[in-house]
Design a protein around this ligand. Sequence first.
Ligand code: NAD
Length: 292
Amino acid sequence: MAKLIDGKAYAEGLRARIAAAVASLKKDHGLTPGLAVVLVGEDPASKVYVANKAKQTVEVGMNSWEHKLPADTSEADLLALVTKLNNDPAVHGILVQMPVPKHIDSAKVLNTINPDKDVDGFHVVNVGRLSTGQDALVACTPTGCVMLAKSVLGKLDGVNAVVIGRSNIVGKPVAQLLLAENCTVTIAHSKSKDLPSIVRNADLVIAAVGRPEMVKGDWIKPGACVIDVGINRIERDGKGKLVGDCDFASCEKVAGSITPVPGGVGPMTIACLLYNTVRAACAIKGVKTPEM
Ligand code: NAD
């Protein structure tokens, strides 16, 4: 049976290290990292995410601001708020919760954020920095995936990694991060041919597809590390249930290690957002980022 990769426990440990880093920045440099989160509209899932982000930001000792705007906020007003936050020296990280209402151009909003405060890592400048091997703020879920993979595999040099999915928020950035870790990276997607045989070559599988239990145990190379990013809500035995993109029951019999859903990649995302906010604050203030 595969070793279970406990993302909840890893994220807890990371948050404790972040809290220690924040305490030392306050003491040694008078610096309190601060994160501003902007929510437009009433999407219930987004409201929960934003509340959790604010709660965890305060728990590690950082400043937190929540800006809740009505669904009919104009694009110009949202861009004006982002610009105000860009110019606020107490704010080191800015996150505009996606999705924004349809009348707002999300790319325009993301690219208005000062790249140095872009703690979601979605600004084209950070995407470009990542893909050219420069220091960058990197998207949170991909960062969490790589931390979990390294927690079981150690150094990733030469590892054959297969990423399933090529979205801008998970698939592409995780592939770039793995390349930076010296993996041999294959990116598979909805048009890939014979996905099972591609996945069978992988020492490390990152599944970011959004299709419940698509990856089966007989696709997995014995001993491989499986990182399941998928969060899919399904009905089973008359009850709602969250499942990943991997069929956990069959994959755990073959894999060397595997993340559960829930409790795997999910808890890493906010922890990595806090991690990025500390890094952003240190870079803006010109102080060395403490170990985290
Ligand atoms: P997306 O819909 O933007 O992208 C899905 C990708 O999967 C696409 O690139 C597509 O080419 C590929 N794909 C679709 N069907 C396929 C198939 N049959 N075979 C191979 N590839 C296929 O999704 P996303 O935003 O990247 O999210 C992926 C999953 O990860 C979702 O379940 C989402 O809920 C989850 N997610 C979790 C977190 C988190 O844990 N915090 C964060 C982001 C996304």
